[in-house]
Design a protein around this ligand. Sequence first.
Ligand code: MG
Length: 257
Amino acid sequence: MIEILNDAELARARDAGALVGDILQALKKRAVVGVNLLDLDRWTKQLIEDAGAVSCYVDYAPSFGRGPFGHYVCTAVNDAVLHGMPHDYALADGDLLTLDLAVTLRGISADAAISFIVGTARDPRDEAMIDTTERALAAAIAAARPGARIGDISDAIGTVLSAAGYPINLEFGGHGIGSTMHQDPHVANDGRPGRGYKLRPGLLLALEPWIMADTDELVTDADGWTLRSATGCRTAHTEHTIAITADGAEILTLPRN
Ligand code: MG
């Protein structure tokens, strides 16, 4: 199903998106050396509840995960990249942390992810990898104009990632979003321009370039959820929810401060 939001729904989507952006920034500030991933999860639960929103993750039980996720934020450290399940781990100096958050506020969902270095960056390749996902996301957003097609977005992402020399995994990518977190259309992180669904005002998309330094192969952690690089290499992931408008893409998940 592909949802097209009306103006009233779009206004709610802006509120949901800003909340996601705000919570991610608050978590980033708190994610210092020594902080436990379970504390980040607990703070996320509190921030979601304080805003009157609902977690998209806590009851999430798709075919690829083991039962309900049971947590409020994805915390992927170093070689973990997607669906990182919070666990008893204290952040160390130089960790590469990805936080991925989705909430529903007054019936509309928003989804975003940020990657950053905890404490002191130890390897310039980490920052280059994060920067590459951010540049790929910016290219994707620039390509997301009304009348363009999903393949144009995929091509924009894939072009940036490939030019930077990273292998691209096509198993997990971006997605439509609206009254639920994951909807059609799927937005692969590489593809052919001019192909796929034609973008229309009112369409919400979560765009999410992610990469692993030296592989396109994932392995599933013993927790049944966390996806890690098969080689143990580091990873990065950046995501925004956008709305297609008559003027182009509007980023919904920017923090308000
Ligand atoms: Mg997403």
